[in-house]
Ligand binder design. Sequence first.
Ligand SMILES: Nc1ncnc2c1ncn2[C@@H]1O[C@H](COP(=O)(O)OP(=O)(O)O)[C@@H](O)[C@H]1O
Ligand SMILES: [Mg+2]
Length: 300
Amino acid sequence: MTLASPRIVRTARAIARPAERNAMTFVDSPPAATADTPPITLAGVTKDFVTDSGDTVHAVAQVDLAIEPGEFVCIVGPSGCGKSTLMDMVAGFLPPTGGTVSVGERVVTAPGQDRGVVFQQPNLFPWMSVRHNVELGPRLRGVRARERRELAERFLTLVGLEQFMERRPYELSGGMQQRCQIARVLANDPEVILMDEPFGALDALTRERLQLELLEIWRQKRKTVIFITHSVDEAIFLGTRVLVMSARPGRVILDQPVHLAGPEAGSELRSLPEFVALRDKVSAAIYAAQNVHGATPVDH
Ligand SMILES: Nc1ncnc2c1ncn2[C@@H]1O[C@H](COP(=O)(O)OP(=O)(O)O)[C@@H](O)[C@H]1O
Ligand SMILES: [Mg+2]
């Protein structure tokens, strides 16, 4: 049984290429990104924090990474291994202690409209309607009222919130608030979407529905996505590539390509032997990562 709503299944079918409809288990490569999507490069990135008591915390060590346009990269690893720190450096919230993060030719030094961030807890403004929350980014960019209303309506419809546009965020469930946060990010048309455990606080059913919706959006929009999760299952289900980080200081110890199909395959993908084998491999790497500091890369 698939957990996708009829709307998702219809749209997913409409966008699946004919060859995929019959043999929808494996694809050779991720969908091509649009020409204006830049690659993301991390070169020798480290991050040390100095705590209030004067101790130095080595959070991230020597990460070299090249993320191609349109990739869906999932990052997993033990708690406290530096996943959020790594993403915060890509977002421009934190400067690296060493090395550089670049999006295309630009070195990241600050947050920017080219990188949209979806947090674990929806940070919507409670005094604004759902629609006004989504319109905020375009409004700050000077987009005219009519056009930003159209943008908000388009993206809220895409995430299935067309009936809830005039509601306040606190009138929505947690899953609906997360959908609204995703619509808000999409309305800014970022080239890169950064998601830090966005479905972590949701119940299992809502989480699986949102996973399918996110895949559908990714297939339509071809954005580059970096997605942090605690769930190995979620990482393999969503990602075209799964990175496992070692315990602190975090470095990448497994870089695993995933060539499983997207939304058409639905939840039944999870019972495929290939899916199960990948899950075992990634779980074993995380288990090793918990015990190994400064681990050497794991072969794949
Ligand atoms: N501002 C900070 N000051 C000091 N230590 C920090 C700060 N932010 C994160 N850390 C530490 O850096 C390590 C990595 O944190 P984080 O990136 O949040 O891990 P993860 O997201 O993988 O759970 C942790 O040990 C955390 O306590
Ligand atoms: Mg974190």
